[in-house]
Design a protein around this ligand. Structure first.
Ligand code: ATP
Length: 236
Protein backbone atom coordinates (compact mmCIF):
# COMPACT_ATOMS: atom_id res chain seq x y z
CA UNK A 1 0.00 0.00 0.00
CA UNK A 2 1.28 3.47 -0.79
CA UNK A 3 1.19 5.86 2.09
CA UNK A 4 -0.49 9.01 0.94
CA UNK A 5 0.06 12.21 2.84
CA UNK A 6 1.54 15.48 1.81
CA UNK A 7 4.22 15.07 4.46
CA UNK A 8 5.92 12.95 1.80
CA UNK A 9 5.35 9.54 0.29
CA UNK A 10 6.68 6.36 1.78
CA UNK A 11 6.78 3.42 -0.58
CA UNK A 12 4.80 1.11 1.67
CA UNK A 13 2.98 0.90 4.97
CA UNK A 14 -0.03 2.07 6.90
CA UNK A 15 -1.21 5.68 6.87
CA UNK A 16 -0.36 7.44 10.14
CA UNK A 17 -2.61 9.79 12.09
CA UNK A 18 -0.79 11.68 14.82
CA UNK A 19 -2.85 12.82 17.81
CA UNK A 20 -1.61 15.70 19.89
CA UNK A 21 -3.40 16.16 23.20
CA UNK A 22 -3.08 19.16 25.47
CA UNK A 23 -4.91 21.77 27.45
CA UNK A 24 -4.06 24.40 24.80
CA UNK A 25 -4.73 27.13 27.36
CA UNK A 26 -4.06 28.85 24.97
CA UNK A 27 -2.62 27.20 21.83
CA UNK A 28 0.72 28.83 20.97
CA UNK A 29 3.46 28.74 18.33
CA UNK A 30 5.34 25.98 20.18
CA UNK A 31 2.36 23.65 19.72
CA UNK A 32 1.87 24.63 16.09
CA UNK A 33 5.48 24.34 15.03
CA UNK A 34 5.72 20.95 16.76
CA UNK A 35 2.53 19.72 15.06
CA UNK A 36 3.77 20.83 11.62
CA UNK A 37 7.10 19.11 12.17
CA UNK A 38 5.39 15.90 13.32
CA UNK A 39 3.33 16.01 10.13
CA UNK A 40 6.40 16.42 7.92
CA UNK A 41 8.88 14.19 9.67
CA UNK A 42 6.53 11.28 10.37
CA UNK A 43 4.86 11.44 6.94
CA UNK A 44 1.43 11.76 8.52
CA UNK A 45 -1.92 11.68 6.82
CA UNK A 46 -3.00 14.31 9.35
CA UNK A 47 -2.28 15.62 12.83
CA UNK A 48 -5.24 16.02 15.16
CA UNK A 49 -4.98 18.49 18.02
CA UNK A 50 -7.17 17.21 20.85
CA UNK A 51 -8.11 19.71 23.54
CA UNK A 52 -8.41 18.17 26.98
CA UNK A 53 -11.69 18.73 28.83
CA UNK A 54 -10.82 17.91 32.44
CA UNK A 55 -7.06 17.43 32.88
CA UNK A 56 -6.53 14.53 35.33
CA UNK A 57 -3.08 15.66 36.54
CA UNK A 58 -3.23 19.43 36.79
CA UNK A 59 -5.55 22.24 37.81
CA UNK A 60 -8.59 23.37 35.89
CA UNK A 61 -7.59 25.27 32.73
CA UNK A 62 -8.01 29.02 33.02
CA UNK A 63 -10.05 29.46 29.84
CA UNK A 64 -13.31 27.55 29.39
CA UNK A 65 -13.25 24.52 27.10
CA UNK A 66 -15.31 26.31 24.45
CA UNK A 67 -12.79 29.17 24.30
CA UNK A 68 -9.79 26.81 24.14
CA UNK A 69 -11.49 24.97 21.29
CA UNK A 70 -12.37 28.23 19.51
CA UNK A 71 -8.72 29.37 19.71
CA UNK A 72 -7.56 26.06 18.24
CA UNK A 73 -10.10 26.36 15.42
CA UNK A 74 -8.80 29.87 14.68
CA UNK A 75 -5.18 28.71 14.77
CA UNK A 76 -5.81 25.80 12.39
CA UNK A 77 -8.28 27.51 10.04
CA UNK A 78 -7.44 26.65 6.46
CA UNK A 79 -4.90 23.96 7.33
CA UNK A 80 -5.25 20.68 5.48
CA UNK A 81 -2.59 19.04 7.66
CA UNK A 82 -3.73 19.93 11.17
CA UNK A 83 -7.25 19.71 12.51
CA UNK A 84 -9.11 19.91 15.80
CA UNK A 85 -10.58 16.73 17.25
CA UNK A 86 -12.99 17.69 20.03
CA UNK A 87 -13.89 14.21 21.28
CA UNK A 88 -12.56 14.80 24.81
CA UNK A 89 -14.82 17.83 25.22
CA UNK A 90 -17.84 15.58 24.73
CA UNK A 91 -16.86 13.30 27.64
CA UNK A 92 -17.61 13.99 31.26
CA UNK A 93 -15.09 13.31 34.02
CA UNK A 94 -11.28 13.34 33.73
CA UNK A 95 -9.96 13.23 30.15
CA UNK A 96 -7.82 10.10 30.28
CA UNK A 97 -5.63 9.56 27.20
CA UNK A 98 -6.25 5.83 27.31
CA UNK A 99 -10.00 6.42 26.80
CA UNK A 100 -9.28 8.80 23.93
CA UNK A 101 -7.03 6.26 22.24
CA UNK A 102 -9.60 3.47 22.64
CA UNK A 103 -12.18 5.68 20.96
CA UNK A 104 -9.75 6.69 18.17
CA UNK A 105 -8.78 3.08 17.56
CA UNK A 106 -12.47 2.13 17.31
CA UNK A 107 -12.93 4.92 14.77
CA UNK A 108 -9.97 4.17 12.48
CA UNK A 109 -9.70 0.36 12.77
CA UNK A 110 -6.46 -1.64 12.54
CA UNK A 111 -5.33 -0.54 9.07
CA UNK A 112 -4.28 2.90 10.26
CA UNK A 113 -1.30 3.64 12.51
CA UNK A 114 -1.94 6.03 15.38
CA UNK A 115 0.70 8.18 17.05
CA UNK A 116 0.28 9.96 20.38
CA UNK A 117 2.42 13.10 20.55
CA UNK A 118 3.89 13.94 23.97
CA UNK A 119 6.28 16.70 25.05
CA UNK A 120 9.32 15.72 27.08
CA UNK A 121 7.88 17.50 30.14
CA UNK A 122 4.77 15.33 29.97
CA UNK A 123 6.81 12.14 29.41
CA UNK A 124 8.40 12.72 32.81
CA UNK A 125 4.92 12.33 34.32
CA UNK A 126 3.82 9.44 32.12
CA UNK A 127 3.95 6.91 34.96
CA UNK A 128 1.07 8.73 36.67
CA UNK A 129 -1.29 8.44 33.67
CA UNK A 130 -4.17 5.99 33.90
CA UNK A 131 -3.24 2.59 32.36
CA UNK A 132 -0.05 4.14 30.97
CA UNK A 133 1.54 0.77 30.24
CA UNK A 134 -1.28 0.04 27.77
CA UNK A 135 -0.71 3.18 25.68
CA UNK A 136 1.71 1.46 23.23
CA UNK A 137 -0.91 -1.22 22.52
CA UNK A 138 -3.05 1.52 20.99
CA UNK A 139 -0.58 3.99 19.49
CA UNK A 140 3.03 4.77 18.77
CA UNK A 141 4.45 7.38 21.12
CA UNK A 142 5.95 10.40 19.33
CA UNK A 143 8.19 12.33 21.71
CA UNK A 144 8.82 16.07 21.37
CA UNK A 145 11.97 17.78 22.64
CA UNK A 146 11.30 20.59 25.04
CA UNK A 147 13.89 23.03 26.33
CA UNK A 148 14.95 22.09 29.85
CA UNK A 149 13.68 18.50 29.81
CA UNK A 150 15.34 15.16 29.13
CA UNK A 151 13.68 11.79 28.70
CA UNK A 152 13.74 9.46 31.72
CA UNK A 153 16.87 7.30 31.71
CA UNK A 154 15.85 4.86 34.44
CA UNK A 155 12.72 3.68 36.23
CA UNK A 156 9.45 2.18 34.95
CA UNK A 157 8.81 4.76 32.21
CA UNK A 158 12.32 4.32 30.80
CA UNK A 159 11.76 0.55 30.82
CA UNK A 160 8.54 0.96 28.81
CA UNK A 161 10.13 3.32 26.28
CA UNK A 162 13.61 1.87 25.74
CA UNK A 163 12.78 -1.46 24.03
CA UNK A 164 10.29 0.27 21.72
CA UNK A 165 12.57 3.10 20.57
CA UNK A 166 13.18 3.43 16.86
CA UNK A 167 14.93 6.01 14.72
CA UNK A 168 13.42 4.61 11.51
CA UNK A 169 10.24 6.48 10.61
CA UNK A 170 9.06 3.62 8.39
CA UNK A 171 8.59 1.58 11.59
CA UNK A 172 5.69 3.91 12.41
CA UNK A 173 4.00 2.80 9.18
CA UNK A 174 4.81 -0.89 9.52
CA UNK A 175 2.34 -1.56 12.34
CA UNK A 176 -0.62 0.24 13.92
CA UNK A 177 1.03 0.93 17.31
CA UNK A 178 3.83 0.00 19.67
CA UNK A 179 6.96 1.99 18.74
CA UNK A 180 8.52 5.04 20.38
CA UNK A 181 10.04 7.68 18.13
CA UNK A 182 11.71 11.00 18.94
CA UNK A 183 10.40 13.66 16.59
CA UNK A 184 13.63 15.69 16.76
CA UNK A 185 11.75 18.90 16.00
CA UNK A 186 13.17 22.38 16.54
CA UNK A 187 12.11 23.10 20.12
CA UNK A 188 10.58 26.52 20.72
CA UNK A 189 10.97 27.93 24.22
CA UNK A 190 7.36 29.02 24.59
CA UNK A 191 4.77 27.68 27.01
CA UNK A 192 1.13 28.47 27.71
CA UNK A 193 2.19 29.39 31.25
CA UNK A 194 4.50 32.10 29.87
CA UNK A 195 1.72 33.32 27.55
CA UNK A 196 -0.77 33.54 30.46
CA UNK A 197 1.77 35.33 32.65
CA UNK A 198 2.49 37.88 29.94
CA UNK A 199 -1.23 38.49 29.42
CA UNK A 200 -1.91 38.90 33.13
CA UNK A 201 0.84 41.53 33.20
CA UNK A 202 -0.83 43.33 30.29
CA UNK A 203 1.91 42.50 27.79
CA UNK A 204 1.40 41.68 24.12
CA UNK A 205 1.73 38.03 23.06
CA UNK A 206 1.46 38.74 19.34
CA UNK A 207 4.84 37.07 18.75
CA UNK A 208 3.90 33.89 20.64
CA UNK A 209 0.71 32.77 18.90
CA UNK A 210 -1.26 33.27 15.68
CA UNK A 211 -2.76 36.74 15.26
CA UNK A 212 -6.41 35.53 15.08
CA UNK A 213 -5.88 33.84 18.47
CA UNK A 214 -4.39 37.02 19.89
CA UNK A 215 -7.38 39.00 18.57
CA UNK A 216 -9.77 36.49 20.18
CA UNK A 217 -7.99 36.74 23.54
CA UNK A 218 -8.28 40.52 23.48
CA UNK A 219 -11.89 40.44 22.36
CA UNK A 220 -12.89 37.92 25.04
CA UNK A 221 -10.61 39.46 27.69
CA UNK A 222 -9.14 36.08 28.52
CA UNK A 223 -6.36 35.43 31.03
CA UNK A 224 -6.82 38.76 32.75
CA UNK A 225 -5.57 40.69 29.74
CA UNK A 226 -6.22 44.42 30.19
CA UNK A 227 -6.81 43.89 33.89
CA UNK A 228 -3.13 43.37 34.78
CA UNK A 229 -1.28 46.01 36.78
CA UNK A 230 1.17 46.82 34.00
CA UNK A 231 -1.39 46.88 31.20
CA UNK A 232 -0.01 48.48 28.05
CA UNK A 233 -2.63 50.13 25.89
CA UNK A 234 -1.93 48.51 22.55
CA UNK A 235 -2.84 50.03 19.23
CA UNK A 236 -5.28 47.80 17.32
P1 ATP B 1 1.35 24.92 30.33
O1 ATP B 1 2.46 25.94 30.31
O2 ATP B 1 0.02 25.48 30.75
O3 ATP B 1 1.72 23.67 31.06
P2 ATP B 1 2.00 23.97 27.67
O4 ATP B 1 2.59 25.11 26.92
O5 ATP B 1 2.94 22.93 28.22
O6 ATP B 1 1.05 24.51 28.82
P3 ATP B 1 -0.03 22.07 26.98
O7 ATP B 1 -1.30 22.37 26.28
O8 ATP B 1 -0.09 21.71 28.39
O9 ATP B 1 0.94 23.33 26.73
O10 ATP B 1 0.81 21.02 26.18
C1 ATP B 1 0.28 20.05 25.31
C2 ATP B 1 1.44 19.24 24.82
O11 ATP B 1 2.30 20.08 24.05
C3 ATP B 1 2.32 18.64 25.92
O12 ATP B 1 2.71 17.33 25.51
C4 ATP B 1 3.48 19.58 25.96
O13 ATP B 1 4.65 18.93 26.40
C5 ATP B 1 3.62 19.99 24.51
N1 ATP B 1 4.23 21.30 24.33
C6 ATP B 1 3.81 22.46 24.81
N2 ATP B 1 4.60 23.47 24.43
C7 ATP B 1 5.56 22.92 23.66
C8 ATP B 1 6.72 23.45 22.95
N3 ATP B 1 7.04 24.74 23.00
N4 ATP B 1 7.47 22.57 22.26
C9 ATP B 1 7.15 21.26 22.23
N5 ATP B 1 6.10 20.70 22.87
C10 ATP B 1 5.31 21.53 23.58
Amino acid sequence: MTVSGSGGELSAGLPLIACYGGTFDPVHNGHLQAAEEVFERAHCREVRLIPCHVPPHRGTPMAPAAARRAMLELALAGSVRLRVDARELARVGPSYTIDTLVSLREEVGDEVALGWVIGADAVAELGTWRNWRRLPELAHLLLLDRPGYVLPQRGPVARLLAPRLTTDVSDLHARPAGRVWCVGQTPLAVSATAVREALAAGRSVAHLLPLPVWAYIKQQRLYGYDQGPGHEAESE
